[in-house]
Structures are given as structure tokens and as C-alpha cells.
Design a protein around this ligand. Structure first.
Ligand SMILES: Nc1ncnc2c1ncn2[C@@H]1O[C@H](COP(=O)(O)OP(=O)(O)OP(=O)(O)O)[C@@H](O)[C@H]1O
Ligand SMILES: O=P(O)(O)O[C@@H]1O[C@H]([C@H](O)CO)[C@@H](O)[C@H](O)[C@@H]1O
Length: 156
């Protein structure tokens, strides 16, 4: 039981460090959550003692993915992520990259899915500076929010 009040991302980070644990973090838009996201989050969580998901604000998603996005607003994206057993806390950020949030959380491991190369991540230098490592986990083929949106439009 994780208690009735969701712990903040900073509270989770401090608790993990206080017990000498390994803090995992990941980031993304997570608009219209799908099985690829869930697989990534479960595998990320298995790398350590707690997983914090850094999720882009609505304005940040719009800048990144275009004017029609996100299709699911920030409160609901946060709520859905928080409902996953493998997610210990969710933090929203509004910048272009999660670098500032990574500075605050100082994860031991930063995880992204296979559509990125670890060394190409703009936040990779920040991860290194806070003493962490960036890890890229393989994607689940055939799962993307873009495809879900296209399929939903085609079904109308
Ligand atoms: N099929 C997948 N399998 C594993 N990880 C995935 C998959 N799709 C996305 N991810 C990862 O989930 C995180 C969030 O990605 P994002 O929210 O952009 O998903 P997406 O489905 O690619 O969205 P979009 O189609 O809008 O770009 C990223 O780390 C990304 O690499
Ligand atoms: O859901 P996405 O498109 O994986 O999320 C973006 O990831 C970027 C990535 O971490 C490389 O920097 C990040 O910069 C951006 O803010 C989105 O989270």
C-alpha cells in the first residue's frame, strides 16, 4: 500500500537516497498511454528501487508534437501514470528538455526508449553531471501514440 497521499517526486528521490537505493527516472509526453509505454516503465522500474516519471506539460507537448497535441491533458496523463504499480512518482516539467528536472532529482539512471541514442540525448550531459547514467531500452514494435491517433481518426 503506498498510502493515500501520492509522494512528490522529490520526496521519493530523497527517500531512495536516504536508504542507499538506486533511483530510476524517465521522461516523456506519455500522451494516450499504450502497451509500449507500460513495457518501458516496467523495465525501467526493474533497474532500481523507485521510478520517477518526468512528464511534459501540455504547452511543452504542444511545442514538441504539434498544435493538435496532447490529446490527453496534463492532469489525466499524470493520473494514468500514477495508477501504474511500477511508477512511484510523477513530476511535470514545462521546459523543452527534462534537464532542469534531472538536476533536481539526480537519478542514478535515466531511461528512454529505443527511438533515442543515449549519447544524442540533450539531457545526457546533465545526467552525467549529477552522477547518473543514461540507458536506452528497446521499444515494443508497432506501438505509438501517433499510430493510435491515426487509427482513431480512421475509425470515425
Ligand atoms: N513502442 C514503445 N516501446 C517502448 N518504449 C516506447 C514506445 N513508444 C514510446 N516509447 C518510449 O516512451 C517514452 C515516451 O514516448 P512518447 O510519449 O513520445 O511515445 P510515442 O508513442 O512515441 O508518442 P508519439 O507517437 O506521439 O511520438 C519515450 O522514452 C519513448 O522512447
Ligand atoms: O515522449 P518523448 O517524445 O520521448 O519526450 C521527449 O523526450 C525528449 C528526450 O528526452 C530527448 O531530450 C525530451 O527532450 C522532451 O522534453 C520530451 O520529454
Amino acid at each position: 500500500m503506498r498510502g493515500d497521499r501520492p509522494r512528490t517526486a522529490l520526496e521519493v528521490a530523497e527517500a531512495v537516497r536516504a536508504t542507499g537505493g538506486r533511483l530510476i527516472a524517465t521522461g516523456g509526453c506519455f500522451d494516450l498511454l499504450h502497451a509500449g509505454h507500460v513495457s518501458l516503465l516496467r523495465r525501467a522500474r526493474a533497474l532500481g528501487d523507485a521510478l520517477i516519471v518526468c512528464v511534459n506539460s501540455d504547452a511543452s507537448v504542444r511545442r514538441l508534437k504539434g498544435p493538435g497535441r496532447p490529446v490527453v491533458g496534463e492532469p489525466d496523463r499524470v493520473e494514468v501514470l500514477r495508477a501504474l504499480e511500477c511508477v512511484d512518482a510523477v513530476a511535470v516539467f514545462g521546459e523543452e528538455t527534462p534537464a532542469a528536472m534531472i538536476e533536481r532529482l539526480r537519478p542514478h539512471v535515466w531511461v528512454k526508449g529505443g527511438d533515442y541514442e543515449a549519447l544524442d540525448l540533450p539531457e545526457a550531459e546533465t545526467v552525467r553531471r549529477v552522477g547518473g547514467e543514461s540507458v536506452i531500452l528497446p521499444r515494443v514494435s508497432g506501438r505509438s501514440t501517433t499510430d493510435l491517433i491515426a487509427a482513431a481518426r480512421a475509425a470515425r
